[in-house]
Design a protein around this ligand. Structure first.
Ligand code: MN
Length: 360
């Protein structure tokens, strides 16, 4: 059979030459022959089916890494892979639908649990940090108080991560003792700048400890408002109306690859570089994510380091958070769960239950 030029093959497969060149670069569909002098690509007519399959899978929204896997499988197994992918898309879409509903309520300031008289809110809280079963030192710090909950996961090539995470949280603590006079987000942003300066000061005074830094995820309450600050791969979750939402976005290399469609969530979870941070508090003035939320009586917030979220699956977190009432017991059980799953990393958890203040 005669080879087709890229133009003829593009017409026959109803793909553009540009798409075909991309598939070649991505090694999804290699031309049968490339002219060494001109660089022109030639395709075999039998490659049409593979080209169409790639195009269909792209239209389905399947990430490239997964398309490559489908192409390597026998038709029966490829069919299973496509079905599995679609089931996952549907599950993720359902979760996003819940999140969208939550965000619509949140942005409209709608609060179904409140009546016309505003209720003062308070928090019940607990925090716990544990070295885990493998690490000799605990570089994580957890804090919970009447207005502030925070976790930080410190790092340092030669140690000192524990001091970096402690210094960052220490810089935030004064917000707990003294309610911010002005804007909640500004107050938190300034506190994070102080935390960053503390890490910078520590790095200056301890030149033998290179690579000092820390993640920081913290929440500050005032009335029914709460401000959330986040940098790194520690996380904040919200349990509301029985649903669990992750309300922070990991600042990791693998999460950015997931966002770009180059990795699936499953692949990210087992990726060898999954712990590689693209943002952290390192004393260099990096800007954190800041957001303002409306808290409701009944909300339960969990902050945790990756030593919990990387080893305890979301459905287990959900179970503990929705079945154990006492905050102290929740953080204790979560630490135990992480350790039962090997405890490969330090663990930090901080929990806050929002309650309506009882009139006295
Ligand atoms: Mn960690």
């Amino acid at each position: 059979m005669e080879l087709l030029t890229i133009g003829a093959f593009a017409r026959a497969s109803r793909l553009s030459p540009k798409a075909l060149r991309l598939y070649d670069e991505l090694e999804l569909l290699r031309p049968a022959q490339v002219d060494p002098a001109s660089g022109y690509r030639f395709y075999h007519p039998e490659q049409l089916e593979r080209a169409r399959l790639v195009a269909w899978l792209r239209r389905l929204g399947m990430p490239l890494v997964r398309i490559r896997r489908v192409l390597e499988l026998e038709p029966d197994l490829a069919a299973d892979e496509v079905a599995g992918y679609w089931a996952q898309v549907m599950a993720e879409t359902a979760a996003r639908q819940d999140l969208a509903a939550f965000l619509v309520d949140h942005l409209k300031g709608r609060d179904t649990t409140m009546n016309s008289t505003p209720t003062a809110l308070r928090i019940r809280y607990a925090a716990r940090s544990d070295a885990g079963l493998v690490r000799a030192r605990n570089d994580d710090t957890a804090y919970a108080g009447t207005r502030l909950v925070a976790v930080a996961d410190g790092m340092g090539a030669q140690g000192g991560g524990d001091r970096a995470s402690a210094a960052a949280i220490e810089a935030l603590k004064q917000l707990d003792h003294q309610p911010p006079a002005g804007d909640l987000l500004n107050a938190l942003e300034e506190a994070v700048a102080r935390a960053d300066a503390s890490v910078a000061g520590l790095a200056r005074s301890e030149p033998e400890l290179p690579g000092l830094g820390t993640t920081l995820t913290a929440m500050l309450w005032s009335g029914s408002q709460l401000a959330l600050v986040h940098i790194g791969d520690s996380r904040a979750y919200l349990l509301r109306d029985g649903e669990l939402f992750q309300i922070t976005h990991d600042h990791t290399l693998v999460q950015s690859m997931v966002d770009e469609g180059r990795l699936t969530l499953d692949e990210a979870a087992s990726h060898p570089q999954r712990a590689l941070l693209i943002r952290a508090l390192t004393g260099g003035g990096t800007r954190p994510d800041l957001s303002l939320h409306t808290a409701r009586a009944g909300d339960r917030y969990l902050l945790c380091s990756d030593g919990l979220s990387a080893v305890v699956p979301g459905d287990r977190l959900h179970t503990v958070l929705s079945t154990v009432a006492d905050p102290e017991q929740v953080v204790q059980q979560l630490v135990e769960l992480a350790n039962r799953n090997g405890g490969p990393d330090n663990i930090a958890c901080a929990l806050a239950d929002v309650t309506a203040e009882s009139p006295s």
